[in-house]
Write a protein that binds this ligand. Structure first.
Ligand SMILES: [Zn+2]
Length: 488
């Protein structure tokens, strides 16, 4: 009797092991989220967590870090991002690597180095497997990173051709974020929205329409009504100010929720969400704005985390960046071992919003004193003595030089190597102000372009353990395909 019980037990154990390994082999996520913080490397993540911790714990006696939504994910890796052009790659080639598993040259979307052969995208494979496909970006929806997930183009600047692929192709079910950069192409071409509607897309271009999207909405193009620079969504720092003033403005998190609401279905979905303006603000060396952008991106990931809690054994979330932008670091020559990240909280608007202030100062031929009062209002930098943000004589001198250049119309400015180094082609006064505030806070940038830092990858959910370790950005494609049970 005892013997037969042990045989039965052994058989049951064997059977359950077989079932378990069968389940392990076949379990693939129904819902896949790919989050890309454009320009988001470890410095952007660290600066945001340290800023959060500093602001949330004003009385702390020791440095206290805050937490973004995704930095506690169980699986963490690190990846190389160089492309066929450089160790400092661009967004088109890096997104190509993640979307199609191939390296190419900067500026090219899903074409080989010779620009003769196009690549098949993970979204195309996922679509063939029955999934719905969504692409969301805080910049224009035809920008390099979103485009890499639905288009193939020999140049990222072919915005009309890229948009045309979005609205005439069969891959996309949801495209949301800013609007199209060149909806009328050369001016005489058919409007992209008109073509989208002809091809069965629903257009959601009011806050109300975007917030009421649902699984019955069908294929959708969602463009926020209050677009900012270059057809992008508002900078988060400016969006928060708008909402504080009583105006509604869609966040990246709300756009992500709208995408989920539209895409959810029995076969599942693949959704790529880009935080595109972490990159833009770091190009412009505007650290405070980039911290707000990273927070907005983290909030968007939180929407996926909440969704995953309702679908625990069916969801995979991957969070990474495409490259680092600006050579941001924590620590500056004059602050040595100290930081004062709380100083950044004095900034109330993005560099783009401050550029508009400078434009009006220029048109009214304002004095330097008048500019200084606007600088104090928007950045906290002051000429009042003995304050934390009191401007030194040297800082005032550099502001004065930048002010004089900014008061000349851009096309009449004489810029030499020194100005290229100081302002990187941006509005001189905005750059001078951002650099001074950054440096007083104990942070700094080395570049107005992308850098070659390796980028962290965070993953959680079904198959996420495959993202542990060290690898290349092309492996994001390979690993995700593998986890989804898709093959080339
Ligand atoms: Zn990028």
């Amino acid at each position: 009797m005892k013997k037969s019980i042990s045989i039965l037990l052994a058989l049951a154990l064997l059977f359950s092991c077989m079932l378990f390994s069968l389940a392990e082999d076949t379990l693939s996520p129904k819902y896949v989220f790919m989050f890309i913080g454009d320009g988001m490397g470890s410095p952007q993540i660290s600066a945001t967590e340290y800023y959060l911790g500093t602001m949330e714990n004003p009385d702390a006696t020791m440095p206290t870090a805050g937490k973004l939504s995704f930095t506690d994910f169980e699986n963490i890796g690190i990846m190389t991002t160089y492309d066929a052009t450089s160790f400092c790659p661009d967004s088109a080639s890096t997104a190509t690597s993640m979307a199609s598993g191939e390296k190419t040259i900067s500026g090219v979307l899903n074409y080989n180095v010779d620009k003769t052969e196009s690549f098949k995208l993970i979204t195309e494979y996922a679509k063939e497997a029955g999934k719905k496909i969504g692409v969301v970006s805080s910049v224009s929806v035809d920008h390099a990173t979103p485009a890499a997930y639905y288009a193939k183009a020999t140049s990222r600047n072919l915005n009309y051709e890229i948009a045309l692929q979005a609205v005439t192709g069969t891959t996309l079910d949801f495209l949301g974020g800013g609007s199209f950069l060149k909806p009328n192409g050369t001016g005489d071409q058919e409007n992209i929205i008109a073509i989208a509607e002809k091809n069965g897309f629903v257009l959601a271009n009011t806050n109300e329409a975007i917030l009421s999207l649902n699984s019955e909405s069908g294929r959708t193009v969602a463009n926020v009504p209050d677009t900012a620079d270059s057809s992008s969504m508002q900078y988060e720092i400016d969006r928060v100010a708008k909402e504080a003033a009583g105006e509604e403005s869609i966040s990246l998190a709300k756009m992500t929720q709208a995408a989920i609401n539209t895409l959810v279905n029995e076969e599942g979905f693949f959704l790529m969400v880009e935080g595109g303006k972490i990159d833009w603000s770091c190009h412009a060396n505007d650290a405070t704005t980039s911290i707000y952008e990273t927070l907005a991106f983290s909030d968007a990931v939180q929407v996926a985390i909440d969704f995953a809690q309702q679908h625990p054994d069916e969801t995979l979330i991957i969070v990474t960046g495409d490259h680092e932008t600006g050579g941001l670091t924590i620590g500056f020559a004059t602050t040595a071992y100290n930081t004062h990240l709380d100083y950044l909280s004095n900034q109330t608007m993005s560099y783009v919003a401050f550029n508009a202030v400078i434009k009006s100062l220029r048109s009214e031929k304002a004095t330097f004193e008048s500019a200084l009062s606007h600088i104090e209002e928007a950045f906290g930098l002051t000429t009042t003595s003995d304050q934390a943000l009191t401007l030194t004589a040297a800082e005032l001198e550099s502001l004065k030089s930048a002010f004089e250049l900014s008061m000349t119309e851009a096309d009449a400015r004489v810029l030499g190597d020194k100005e290229a180094l100081l302002y990187g082609g941006y509005e001189p006064l905005s750059m001078a102000v951002c650099h001074i505030l950054n440096n007083k806070a104990g942070i700094a940038y080395t570049s107005y372009s992308h850098t070659g830092l390796q980028i962290p990858v965070y993953a959680q959910g079904i198959g996420a353990e495959k993202f542990n370790g060290s690898y290349d950005n092309t492996d994001i494609f390979t690993k995700t395909m593998d986890i989804m049970g898709l093959s080339k």
